[in-house]
Ligand binder design. Sequence first.
Ligand code: ADP
Ligand code: ZN
Ligand code: ZN
Length: 706
Amino acid sequence: MVGTRVRVPFGRREVIAVVIQGTAESALTDKQLKPALEYLETEPVLPDTLFRALIWASEYYQHPVGDVFATAIPKLLRSGAPTLEIREVWRATVAPDPDQLTALRRAPKQQQLHAFIESNGQVSAAQIKQAGYSLSLARQLEHKQLVERAEITAVDSVSLAQTNKPGSAPLRLNSSQQDAVDVINASSEFHCYLLDGVTGSGKTEVYMQAMAKVLDAGAQCLLLVPEIGLTPQNLSRFESRFSCPIVTLHSGMTDRERLRAWRIARSGEAGIVIGTRSAIFTPLASPGLIVIDEEHDSSFKQQDGLRYSARDFGIKRAQLESMPIVLGSATPSLESLNNAIAGRFTHLKLTARAGNASKPRLILSDISASQLDEGISQELLIKIDKHLQQGNQVLLFINRRGFAPVLQCLQCGWASECTNCNARLTVHAKPPVLRCHHCEARAPIPRACPDCQSRNLATLGAGTQKLEAFLKARFTKTPVLRIDRDSTRGKRAFQALFDRINQGESCLLLGTQMLAKGHHFPDVTLVAVLDADIGLFSPDFRGQEHMAQTIVQTAGRAGRAEKPGEVIIQTRHSQHPALVNLVNASYEDYARDLLKERAQSKMPPFAHLALLRIESTFPDRGFNFARDCLTQANALQTDFAAIELIGPLPAPLEKKAGRHRFQLYIKCGSRPILLRYLQQFTQALERVKSPAQTRWSLDVDPLDLI
Ligand code: ADP
Ligand code: ZN
Ligand code: ZN
């Protein structure tokens, strides 16, 4: 039956497969056809609607359907684990021998256990032990045929027993929040909502109250967040509000934990599923609502294998499963904003902060003529001092981890470079080592220049570690907390830092992108973006969009509670129209301007893009193959005049992890035409033999072109 798993012979191996289609006849001979070895179940693994969404993904992303299913279902299911948990239970026999029952009077312990099992209907071995009985006692009852063992399929409900806990009361919504909730709850049909709410406007409260209605109607909610480990407080807000079982799905879980959460979601027992990107594939018995928080976040796009966007897949899924979907952000992606402007999504706006907090003021600080200490102007240092003196917290944002971005020889100009990538090696201080942020390469820090043997080596620029050292020396009385991928490696490390911040003592927070993500820091009153120019001149067409999102999100950490906030943005280009616009107008005005530019240059969302990526260990093989691909593409072009081809070109990061990379851009104003073209193009490519150690992959709707 379609959608069920079968064990099939595959070459010399046996693999678990999912039945995609049935057919009564085949042109193949009986010898060519092989029978399946085993049917693993009689019910489909996934609901039909989700099954169809995966078939859609396979066609849309031009990705092998088997690999789509492998990405979408838990690993243990691919090695044959049952979709339902099988548990052994003990229960009383239906027609026990009356003599044996009477005889129990002489064995009071056995009698008690029998009564325990009978009154509970069915109990697990663990419950028997928990109640103070031994299993050998149970076996004695089994021998007398008073109790029996049975295997039942059920989800593991042990830790779901939290259902009777009273939830914390919902907040009184302000009128724009109330409007948003009402609009979302107005219909249970498919519709897309863009919840465009400034940072601190109370989007989470809107999600929660919209979900409450869905749960009341007996349906389930799926909430996608960028990174669960980074927003534990968000999770606890849901846990304390709702009494229904909530399961989470994220990369930090073991395969068993994932399977368990998946089963509870699939059975309908979980009211709410909260997870990161791949949780969008979680089956729901009664789908009611999808919410994608921080919908602009790049983590929703998978960057290898099946290069899907969880947001776009979520929309398709909501459509096939007939439920509403809410995309929330303070800085919506240009795609979503454009959909809202065009009327395809309903645009819900929260323009004010919730509660008493007011919006922070953004100030551009031109540092082109300033004397800088590790990238910080004297003016800013004085400001930091002032805020700290007042007992507040200060947050400094720099998107560069490590000690310094490069080690250089002051004598001959040599710079530390990765041998596997076209990139510089970052200097790390603890432990002292050179590290490549694009591959795993590490190298010891040389004492002398490898080219001229001079000992005159210096680190150029500053990363979080260097700034941490500088700030500790400069503000000796203030704790400096560094938050980046290196300082939060341990499982509990981020939580510990976070708890410390929330105790409210005056401190300096210093960190990367991680700090920009949805946290609520009530005591931060000053936020400084140390270098806004990194994004301003990015080669990527989304560079300015991402820069603005980062600045606005980081700025959004300031003044979230009673205390007003101030935001300083350091730049060498304080007259740059994009920055001026961002600071003086709103994110939306700024984004509308970017949309105009995209319309003029015919870039997404006004055209659709696919990227053929070619990688090879050898540069010439890679490039020649890329040219062969272009020949294939050109051959199709007679039927597809609307397709524009650009390239092949070396990727912006031409060499990464020892592979030379080339790109061919495929652009088209029409999505259906592009899809048809890509179908034929991939078929053509599959017929071309690629040289050894050279491979291609297709990225539909690429996020960054690096
Ligand atoms: P966002 O996700 O939009 O950045 P949050 O949902 O984190 O904002 O809300 C910011 C703060 O405002 C939280 O502390 C939240 O409890 C509070 N808040 C939200 N809605 C209300 C409301 N209606 N009244 C008072 N406080 C609210
Ligand atoms: Zn040198
Ligand atoms: Zn490298």
